[in-house]
Design a protein around this ligand. Structure first.
Ligand code: MF3
Ligand code: CO
Ligand code: CO
Length: 258
């Protein structure tokens, strides 16, 4: 069952989503060569607690840290560590989920560290375009499958692949709710969007093949070919008019068209 949020619940969702978004804005200036992903985790953790919220990943199914930090060939769910030091030319995704007002807000961004090669910068740009194009399909009467269809089309046009094992998800009182938002698919398939639904769109796009491998820590997912992978994520609300991006940052265009 896909939950429909009331206007009161939407107000509470808006606050948690804004805090998750603000955490991503806050962490940006700390991402420099030489900092460890553990230090970045601690800064996000403190910021979230100072704002009266809880970092949803911490202890979620045993996840040991407060944010996910996924470097280069890490697709998602990277565990912050003292021994992972960010260096020039890296790409680093930080995935923030906050629990405030009994609701979750979930957003992530792939940051460029120093001078990133043109090839990898283009992967990051196209991944962002994939996410925004997926978001742009959302309105009452559209289908969840429309999101994956356009993401897949754009990624494949550039010769990239789309990860299929991990998806977007409904979000609200639970971190992961129905529906599953797969980032590949066919237009017109899947659940129909209705006002009051809230879900994430979070495509993971690989430079090489789509195949992944789970490391022995039980969390970290990497590309099988060790080529880089990028991701962006927003929490979306279906509105009567179309949609609203609840985690949109000030540095992003409100109306992004590709
Ligand atoms: N924030 C991730 C998502 O977008 C989920 C992380 S689960 C964790 O769905 F346990 F790894 F934190
Ligand atoms: Co998510
Ligand atoms: Co997330």
């Amino acid at each position: 069952m896909i939950s429909i949020k009331s206007s009161r619940e939407i107000g509470l969702m808006r606050e948690t989503a804004t805090l998750a978004r603000n955490t991503l804005v806050y962490i940006e200036s700390f991402i420099k060569p030489g900092i460890s992903t553990e230090e970045l985790n601690q800064i996000c953790h403190d910021y979230i607690l100072e704002h009266g919220a809880y970092p949803s990943p911490l202890n979620y199914n045993g996840f040991p840290k407060s944010v996910c930090t996924s470097l280069n060939e890490v697709i998602c769910h990277g565990i912050p560590s003292k021994s992972d030091i960010v260096k020039d030319g890296d790409i680093l995704n930080i995935d923030v989920t906050t629990y405030l007002n009994k609701f979750h807000g979930d957003t992530n961004k792939t940051f460029l560290v120093g001078n990133v090669s043109d090839e990898i910068q283009k992967l990051v740009d196209v991944t962002y375009q994939c996410m925004r194009a997926g978001i742009n399909t959302v309105k009452p009467g559209s289908h969840i499958g429309d999101i994956g269809a356009i993401i897949q089309e754009i990624a494949h046009d550039h010769g990239y692949s789309v990860v299929e094992e991990y998806c977007g998800h409904g979000i609200g009182r639970e971190f992961h709710e129905e529906p599953q938002v797969v980032h590949v698919g066919k237009k017109g398939t899947g659940a129909e969007c209705k006002p009051g639904m809230t879900f994430t769109i979070e495509p993971m796009i690989n430079l090489g093949s789509r195949h992944c491998k789970l490391l022995r820590d039980g969390w970290t997912v990497i590309t099988k070919d060790k080529k880089p992978s990028a991701q962006f994520e927003h929490t979306i609300l279906v509105t009567e008019e179309g949609h609203e991006i609840l985690t949109l940052r000030p540095d992003e265009q409100v109306d992004f068209k590709i």
